[in-house]
Design a protein around this ligand. Structure first.
Ligand code: FES
Ligand code: FE2
Length: 469
């Protein structure tokens, strides 16, 4: 990778090419739960911009810059009153649109308020996440992904902090091989105990624990295809170990969703859609929306499981760089690949923070298993260039909820070898027919023109220069 391309992809502050591109999309800026409590005001830094998010008594949201335009006081500690946020220093009052309503120390009749503005952005809520639009012009609608279409009780949202650039956080999510190594457990859990945990249940249509499949089949065949939302990634593990004849194949289908999201299976009926939002160029948050097809989500349980590993109010991991992730060499020798406990988020965290604050991609040696990462970078650079040229990034999903859900539908299951596409289509169909909220969305069983079975995988020659990678 050329150094200038690495810079272009990883810098997202105001007036950078990458920042201009990313600002064309809604960004998660907070969890709805952060606004619970008697004073619904939180700070949030997104794409290098320090902002304050607040909720008025009428329920409306304000997302405004954090420094008071008078003499720079911190509006995060302002007074939530009189239809907006009032600066504690000299009493200037700002509404959610960034307008100044009062400058009380100025003479009666002063026209100063009409001349003062602060930056304010549109904000909206969907299924536990507050979204902000930091870009120019009218914001697009939210895309018609399952996680946005599902009734709220079938979803659960959470977030976590990563001490590195956003692109590292995204790239681990489109790397299907690492699950066989980084997330390896030497022993399988009781699947009954797996609710809400990644890689701990059984694969769809089998009693085989996912941990056993990942552990014993560490060299999957990987296919990736561009789609209208980003990319579909298929990892195939032919089950031909002791006691099996190879007639079955483990199929794991995940997706990259533009700009910086992924959709992966948590269990056979629950998907995770996760975005990787820059705080600045050196840190980011992942925001995840868990979407269940079959039953309302046990949110209290999901939340409790995740609160164990973080500290509030900023959702920073208990295991981190400063304490060497509480690494346990004896555990690494005997039971896990990393020695970092059972929480796979911690494994991913160590992997991506270990690459440094901004990974130097000029020094990588990419290989075949990185094919989805290679494709993503090409799509990303093209999208950044499109915005720089004044065009719209092609992958700007807009809301077509009336006609189609773009899923995208992940899958973790076992089907007949050589027939993953038919198996995927049938499994999706069966899961959606059985779903109380997704069964009526007829077209929702497809995932858009390039995402349907039969679409063309990215050719090896293109990615690896003649297939020699
Ligand atoms: S600094 Fe905010 S009102 Fe003076
Ligand atoms: Fe991972």
């Amino acid at each position: 990778m050329r150094a200038e391309d690495n810079v272009k992809m990883t810098r997202t502050g105001p007036d950078t090419p990458g920042g201009n591109w990313m600002r064309r999309y809604w960004q998660p800026v907070a969890l709805t739960e952060e606004l619970d409590g008697p004073r619904p005001v939180v700070t949030t830094t997104v794409l290098g911009e320090d902002l304050v998010l607040f909720r008025n008594p009428d329920g409306s949201l304000g997302l405004i810059e954090r420094r008071c335009p008078h003499r720079g006081a911190d509006l995060a500690l302002g007074r939530l009153e009189d239809g907006g946020l009032r600066c504690y220093f000299h009493g200037w009052l700002f509404d959610r649109g960034g307008g100044c309503l009062e400058t009380p120390a100025e003479p009666d009749g002063s026209t100063l308020p009409s001349k003062v503005r602060l930056r304010a952005y549109p904000a909206r809520e969907c299924n536990g996440i507050v979204w902000g639009y930091l870009g120019p012009g009218e914001p697009p609608t939210l895309p018609s992904l399952d996680c946005f279409l599902a009734p709220e009780e079938y979803t659960f949202a959470f977030k976590g902090y990563l001490d590195c650039n956003w692109l590292q956080a995204l790239e681990v999510g489109i790397d299907p091989v690492h699950a066989s190594y980084l997330h390896r457990f030497e022993e399988d859990d009781d699947p009954e105990e797996s609710y809400g945990k990644q890689f701990r249940g059984v694969s769809l249509g089998t009693e085989l624990p996912m941990t056993k499949i990942l552990r014993e089949y560490g060299r999957p065949e990987i296919l990736n295809a561009r789609t209208d939302y980003g990319q579909r990634i298929v990892a195939l593990r032919r089950i031909d170990g002791e006691g099996y004849d190879g007639s079955l194949t483990h199929v794991r289908i995940t997706h990259q969703v533009f700009p910086h999201g992924i959709t992966i299976p948590l269990s056979s009926t629950m998907a995770i859609t996760q975005w990787h939002v820059p705080v600045n160029d050196y840190s980011c948050y992942w925001y995840a929306m868990f979407t269940s097809l079959d039953q309302p989500v046990d949110r209290a349980k999901m939340r409790e499981q995740r609160l164990d590993g973080i500290t509030l109010p900023d959702y920073k991991p208990v295991r981190n760089r400063a304490n060497n992730y509480l690494f346990d060499p004896e555990e690494q020798r005997t039971s896990t690949y990393t020695g970092l406990g059972a929480d796979i988020n911690v494994h991913d965290q160590m992997a991506v923070e270990g690459q440094g604050y901004i990974h130097d991609r000029t020094r990588e040696r990419l290989c075949r298993s990185d094919r989805a990462i290679i494709t993503y970078r090409r799509m990303l650079l093209a999208a950044i260039d499109a915005v720089a040229d004044g065009r719209s990034p092609e992958l700007l999903l807009s809301d077509t909820a009336d006609v189609e859900s773009r899923g995208p539908i992940p899958l973790d299951g076992i089907g007949p070898t050589g027939e993953w596409e038919a198996y995927w289509a049938e499994s999706i169909d069966a899961l959606r027919v059985a779903s109380p909220w997704a069964q009526d969305s007829e077209a929702a069983r497809a995932t858009g023109p390039a995402g349907v079975p039969g679409s063309v995988p990215e050719p090896d020659d293109e990615l690896f220069g003649g297939g020699s990678g």
